[in-house]
Design a protein around this ligand. Structure first.
Ligand SMILES: Cc1cc2nc3c(=O)[nH]c(=O)nc-3n(C[C@H](O)[C@H](O)[C@H](O)COP(=O)(O)OP(=O)(O)OC[C@H]3O[C@@H](n4cnc5c(N)ncnc54)[C@H](O)[C@@H]3O)c2cc1C
Length: 502
């Protein structure tokens, strides 16, 4: 079969990939594109995760697309509604017709001679290999490994007679009615699971090694509801979005500039939700500063309500061993468990696990620097879509997609075939692209692209700065380099000029 060739190959049909396709077909209408998706359906995260209570912890005015208003009542939405929204978007704009399902990208090889990517994909069931070619590769593969989550080896796990479950692989018919459940973890997944499971279980224990910051947020947005009543859908969505952008950004900046005050405020918020005498400092007072790790939001204080009802409890302790009937803690306390959920995190993965080479030379993704948080240094016609960690993912992923469309249009207008963010090898202070101290980021730090010490190699966690930088800044900035003739390789433009003079 002849190898199909496209102007743009998008990897991944999740929230970002569908958004990227929308931007591409509206801002670069002539481009032929395909979305290569490894799974059998649209939605990525929102299709993969099926645990009870799955929901966003961002509001949908910012997690949703700016071009398609969020209409449902709840601003913090359940997973099924988010999935439906992504699917409806794909259908409404005929993006679904461009998706090739069960096409897991394994490798991508750039040839400067042809100014093309050759992308090898594998069918996850048959193992059949297919090749696609593309002039530009836009990787919207999310940030974690779909094959499985992170689960540390707990001593004694082989003796445990109950069910051990990871939220990323939730058994379809798991019945925990009237059972004792222990959820190990302290992050967004754990705080979602505990109140949701407490509705049916006999008792749910959230067992954490150390606390996280947790804040209660209203599930509905009264301002957005007011705007929706009085304005057109599009206008109301846009105003609600800006309100939430400014509130989130303002609170993040406040946490960064006045961490001690922010800590007190968050503690006060938790204390107010819990009965007098509750051990707030044991369970809700983290060792790190607010926003050094992602803040967990609980809609309408559902976690606190479950704790107050007595159906759920918090335990902040180290595990000694799993036993036949539950968990023994280092203090000697035993937690009875029929079901243990290891909400211990994700395994981060860059570029969907694919290998990349440029003109036959393998690229070590962990050694690359990310230009404007999206293009890997010295990797031509390539971008990676990464969202914010301190705000809704889509705010940044949408800006990134619009930026890539600017680059593509600029290349067409000027007859360029290649663009590359050039970085001349010299040692610079590097830190991971996802700049957080959370365990899951630190575990994968070596494999992730890096940020450099300053612009343009830094990823700002600031929507307003990014908006100006990505929408309006000059494209040719001395780092992002364009070529008419990629066959001349990646040497500086001087070489190109010298060659044409010869
Ligand atoms: C449980 C959970 C809750 C979250 N809640 C929030 C929230 O409230 N707010 C927020 O901002 N963020 C949240 N996030 C982060 C979330 O992942 C992003 O919001 C968003 O869904 C990311 O979209 P994406 O399309 O970039 O990635 P994903 O949703 O991960 O989709 C990536 C797609 O790429 C495909 N893919 C990956 N590798 C390959 C490959 N090699 N070949 C082919 N296809 C491939 C995958 O199959 C998938 O369909 C949450 C994450 C999780 C896990």
């Amino acid at each position: 079969m002849a190898t199909e060739q496209f102007d743009v190959l998008i990897v991944g049909a999740g929230l970002s990939g569908i958004g990227a396709a929308y931007r591409l077909q509206t801002l670069c209408p002539g481009k032929r594109y395909a979305i290569l998706e490894g799974r059998a359906d649209i939605g990525g995260t929102w299709d993969l995760f099926r645990y009870p209570g799955l929901r966003s912890d961002s509001d949908m005015f910012t997690l949703g697309y700016p071009f398609r208003p969020w209409q449902a009542a709840k601003a913090i939405a359940d997973g099924a509604s988010i999935l439906q929204y992504i699917k409806d978007t794909a259908r409404e704009f005929a993006i679904d017709q461009h998706i090739r399902f069960k096409q897991m990208v394994k490798s991508a090889a750039w040839s400067s001679h042809d100014a093309l990517w050759t992308v090898q994909v594998q069918h996850p069931e048959s193992g059949a290999l297919t090749t696609y070619r593309g002039k530009f590769l836009y990787v919207c593969s999310g940030y974690y490994d779909y094959a499985g989550g992170y689960s540390p080896e707990f001593p004694g796990s082989e003796q445990f007679k109950g069910q051990l479950v990871h939220p990323q692989q939730w058994p379809e018919n798991l019945d925990y009615t009237d059972k004792n459940v222990v959820v190990i973890g302290s992050g967004a997944t754990a705080v979602t699971l505990v109140p949701a499971m407490a509705e049916q279980a006999r008792q749910v224990t959230m067992l954490q090694r150390s606390p996280s910051y947790i804040a209660s947020l209203p599930a509905t947005d009264v301002v957005a509801d007011f705007l929706r009543k009085h304005l057109s859908e599009g206008r109301a969505h846009s105003l609600a979005r800006w309100k939430n952008v400014l509130l989130t950004l303002g609170f993040f900046q406040f946490c960064r500039r006045a961490p001690n005050l922010a800590r007190k405020l968050l503690r006060f918020g938790v204390k107010r939700e819990l009965p007098a005498g509750y051990a707030v400092d044991t369970h809700f007072n983290p060792q790190y500063q607010p926003w050094d790790q992602r803040l967990c939001a609980v809609p309408n204080g559902d976690l606190f309500k479950a704790l107050k009802s007595g159906k759920a409890q918090m335990v902040t302790e180290q595990i000694d061993t799993l036993t036949e009937t539950g968990i023994r803690l280092r203090s000697g306390q035993e937690l009875a468990a029929d079901v243990i959920v290891t909400a211990t995190g994700l395994k981060l993965q860059a570029c969907g696990g694919m290998s990349i080479d440029v003109d036959g030379v393998p690229v070590q993704i962990g050694d690359t620097l990310a230009y404007k948080g999206m293009m890997l240094s010295n990797v031509p016609n390539f971008a990676l879509c990464v969202g914010y960690t301190n705000a809704s993912w889509t705010l940044r992923s949408d800006l990134a997609s619009r930026y890539i469309c600017r680059v593509l249009n600029y290349m067409d207008e000027n007859g360029y075939k290649m663009c590359v963010a050039r970085h001349v090898a010299r040692s610079v202070a590097k830190r991971p692209l996802l700049d957080m101290t959370a365990g899951y980021v630190l575990r994968a730090a070596d494999a992730l692209p890096k940020q450099g010490p300053g612009a343009p190699w830094q990823m700002k966690q600031n929507y307003i700065l990014d908006l100006f930088n990505l929408r309006y800044s000059a494209l040719e900035d001395g780092t992002l380099t364009f070529r008419h003739d990629p066959a001349l390789g990646m040497a500086p433009r001087v070489v190109e000029r010298a060659a044409s003079a010869a």
